[in-house]
Design a protein around this ligand. Structure first.
Ligand code: CDP
Ligand code: CDP
Length: 229
């Protein structure tokens, strides 16, 4: 049996982190955890319940009422985000959530809550987790850390295509503004800002197909497993 490792994938919004994470998890029979989905689900809860996330006591209280679960959908084998017994996988991808999620994710209480859960999920290894601070804060000792990036134009186009399929009223400009807004907040916040871990391997997929990015990552995985054994 091959040794199980932890693989972290961090990087800018919409560059293909979750696509690569899912590809690797499927191949290695690892668990895939989308850490961004947790911040999105918490944001959904705060918006629905009118929680003022600038007030620490309000956040603390609200978090006591949140139950987050990753549940596998047996129809397609994908892991989906559930919030208090409701499948929210589809609704958390909405631009309404994307517009607020970076503000919510910058709150200390929210990060402590999410990071503790993420670390618990990685206890047994055999996990691929993507996000912004996974290699730097959540799993600083991960055996393989990937930092993904792609040209902003490419990233905007990729996310626009996804959102347009759900809502044809969406504009390229809106998507661009949201990406720039989130990337700015995510990389400038005081707690766990987005940055490349010193020992991360960089993957720029601006001009790579999904198959090509997987091939590169597979090579890195092999090396990391050999090194860990
Ligand atoms: O997939 P996309 O790049 O649009 O973003 P995501 O991974 O769903 O994450 C949504 C937001 O959650 C990010 O813009 C960050 O503000 C926050 N996030 C974070 O702060 N830390 C993480 N580990 C993951 C996401
Ligand atoms: O997780 P993150 O926000 O970084 O990105 P994603 O949701 O994995 O990917 C955003 C979009 O880019 C998806 O629609 C992917 O199918 C697409 N993509 C692509 O076209 N080429 C790649 N090499 C990687 C992703």
């Amino acid at each position: 049996v091959m040794k199980k490792i932890i693989i972290t994938i961090d990087g800018w919004s919409s560059c293909g982190k979750s696509t690569l994470a899912k590809q690797l998890a499927r191949e290695l029979h690892y668990v895939y955890i989308d850490s961004g989905a947790m911040y999105r689900a918490i944001t959904l809860y705060f918006l629905r319940h009118h929680i003022d996330w600038t007030i620490p006591a309000a956040v603390h209280e609200a978090l006591q009422h949140i139950k987050l679960e990753f549940i596998t959908n047996h129809k397609n084998g994908q892991t989906e985000m559930w919030l208090n017994g409701e499948n929210v996988e589809y609704v958390i991808r909405d631009l309404v959530i994307a517009e607020k999620v970076s503000e919510v994710a910058a709150v200390k209480e929210v990060r402590e809550y999410a990071v503790a859960k993420q670390q618990e999920m990685g206890r047994k290894k055999g996990i691929v987790m993507d996000g912004r601070d996974i290699g730097t804060v959540v799993f600083p000792h991960a055996e393989l850390k990937i930092f993904m990036t792609a040209d902003e134009k490419v990233r905007v186009q990729r996310r626009y295509k996804e959102l347009y399929e759900k809502n044809p009223n969406i504009t390229l400009e809106e998507v661009k503004q949201n990406l720039e807004h989130r990337d700015y907040i995510d990389s400038h916040r005081a707690i766990s800002p987005l940055r490349q871990a010193e020992d991360a391997l960089v993957l720029d997929n601006s001009h790579l197909t999904m198959k090509q990015q997987l091939e590169i990552a597979e090579g890195w995985v092999k090396e990391a497993i050999v090194k860990a054994e």
